[in-house]
Design a protein around this ligand. Structure first.
Ligand code: ADP
Ligand code: MG
Length: 485
């Protein structure tokens, strides 16, 4: 989520001014270099709508009006934009590309290159409104919810069904016994924020229908901290506390951010207690379970864990397929099943990446008027696919699988055919096919110079065994996950 785009600390703006450089002029030069490099057509298609967001310390934010453009620019030009900017000003370490729109004023001032002081403070001034497009909800609640993150658009599968059920329950009946607090946890891009927004949307729908008045506050832990610090600075901590304590449902996303931020944790803890004692609902997300969030105060961890704790597991192949199907249908594009399967096999890390890959395919096909095929997919996504391949080698797969089934590593390439050796070898071949971009003959060679038809047979054998045998299938999934992590 892009909640924090508006935050520009005063100190960092000042830092930038003290440099010899001039932000808008640099930006204009970066743009024109880029234009020169990529050519007019590409520039107009993808880059023209870029605007300057904000500057914070050594990080500059560039805005694009839609998620779609952002993903595209990030993956195709992100490195180049950073490099060009560093060439202009070596104090810029990172260029963050986000969704948002700068106000007219800034766009003009960038072109006419006023002095950096004015530009930088303007950047700070426009930043808070930069997310209007993604945030505007037509329902006027203005708490920064993404329109697309609802229960209806959440695809349910084995890895997330429990979390989904808990979230629905809380949205239907906040503060029911046993469900307060609701603690959602899981790795990056697995749907925590999506579920939290879905709860908030549902609660607000409820409010709109007049059934029961429910006020919801949703914010990331980072934002919670910024607001808290700002309140201290403005001597308005009492209002801040009163406000938080007046809501019916408080949702804090990415709580792990509070680790090491002791004062903010303390404040959160008090708010938390006050709300729970008053029978209000708390929903929290984090990247780990309460007991694994070391660095969080013990009493806070204890209280967080004493309601309902639900985790979002790593995705399975089936879930990835369902998600891709849902997203393709939503975008009204036809993507051949083979391509969906290919993507679901190759991009296993998280749903955000999977979505990004699909978006790119769709954009490419729309832009060039070419249908999506396996060939275009491999071409368009070659960089992403390569990055994923690099994660695991055939040797690693052989080692892990041998270890898992307790056989010797040399048996991966030996001629022994005993079932207890042959089956793990087939599993390793299957995983090599799934997790690397090696061809069948290449894989065969690594397994004691076996023929590619042997590998093919292994792949289909393992697939069919997985369909018929749940515990075998779990075993293979587990191995895959271990290899990918
Ligand atoms: P997290 O907060 O866990 O890092 P997000 O909730 O931001 O992850 O999800 C990342 C992206 O994946 C979002 O665009 C979200 O809509 C999408 N997504 C995650 N889980 C699902 C799901 N089960 N069905 C559909 N989309 C999902
Ligand atoms: Mg999130």
């Amino acid at each position: 989520m892009e909640q924090e785009v508006g935050y520009v600390s005063d100190a960092s703006v000042t830092d930038y001014q003290h440099g010899t450089s001039d932000l808008p002029t640099e930006w204009a030069r970066v743009r024109s270099r880029l234009q020169g490099e990529v050519g007019e057509v590409e520039y107009r298609t993808w880059l023209r709508q870029m605007s300057l967001g904000s500057v914070e310390g050594d990080e500059v934010t560039v805005l694009l009006p839609t998620r779609f453009l952002r993903d595209w620019v990030r993956s195709h030009y992100g490195d180049r934009i950073s490099a060009l900017w560093q060439a202009e000003n070596n104090r810029v370490r990172r260029v963050d590309i986000r969704v948002g729109r700068a106000a007219e004023g800034l766009a003009t001032s960038v072109n006419s290159a006023p002095d950096s002081v004015a530009a930088a403070s303007q950047a700070a001034a426009v930043a808070p409104t930069a997310l209007t497009e993604e945030r505007s909800d037509g329902r006027g609640d203005g708490i920064g919810l993404d329109l697309r993150f609802t229960f209806e658009t959440f695809v349910v599968g084995k890895p997330n069904e429990f979390a989904f059920a808990c979230a629905s329950r809380v949205a239907d009946k906040p503060a029911s016994p046993g469900f307060n607090p609701l603690f959602l946890y899981g790795g990056v891009g697995l749907g925590k924020t999506h579920l939290m927004h879905a709860i908030a949307w549902k609660l607000q729908d409820w409010r709109r229908t007049g059934a029961a008045p429910v006020t919801v506050a949703y914010m990331s832990a980072e934002k919670f901290m910024y607001k808290f610090i700002a309140a201290i600075r403005n001597q308005s901590t009492i209002e801040f506390k009163d406000h938080l304590r007046s809501v019916d449902v408080l949702m804090i996303d990415d709580l792990q951010f509070l680790i090491g931020k002791d004062n903010t944790q303390e404040e959160f803890f008090h708010t938390f207690n006050a709300l729970v004692d008053a029978g209000k609902q708390i929903v929290v997300s984090a990247d780990k379970s309460p007991s694994d969030l070391s660095g969080l105060e013990d009493r806070l961890r204890t209280r967080l864990g004493c309601g309902m704790v639900a985790d979002l597991h790593a995705t399975t192949f089936e879930l990835r397929i369902s998600i891709l199907e849902a997203k393709a249908a939503k975008a009204s594009v036809s993507v051949p099943p083979r391509v969906l399967e290919f993507l679901a096999h190759k991009i296993t890390s998280n749903i955000r990446e999977l979505e990004g890959a699909l978006n790119r395919l769709v954009a490419h096909s729309a832009l060039f008027g070419r249908p999506i095929t396996l060939e275009t997919t491999q071409e368009v996504l070659h960089d992403i696919l390569r990055a994923h391949d690099r994660r695991v080698t055939i040797e690693e797969i052989q080692r892990k699988v041998a270890e898992h089934y307790n056989i010797r590593l040399t048996d991966m390439s030996s001629a022994r055919r005993a079932r207890n050796v042959a089956r793990p070898r087939q599993v390793a071949m299957f995983l090599a096919k799934q997790l690397t971009s090696r061809s069948l003959p290449e894989i065969g060679r690594k397994f004691g110079n076996r023929d590619h038809t042997t590998v093919m047979h292994a792949v289909s054998r393992v697939s069919s065994l997985m369909e018929g045998d749940a515990s075998f299938s779990e075993d293979v999934e587990l191995l895959r996950r271990m290899l990918e992590s």
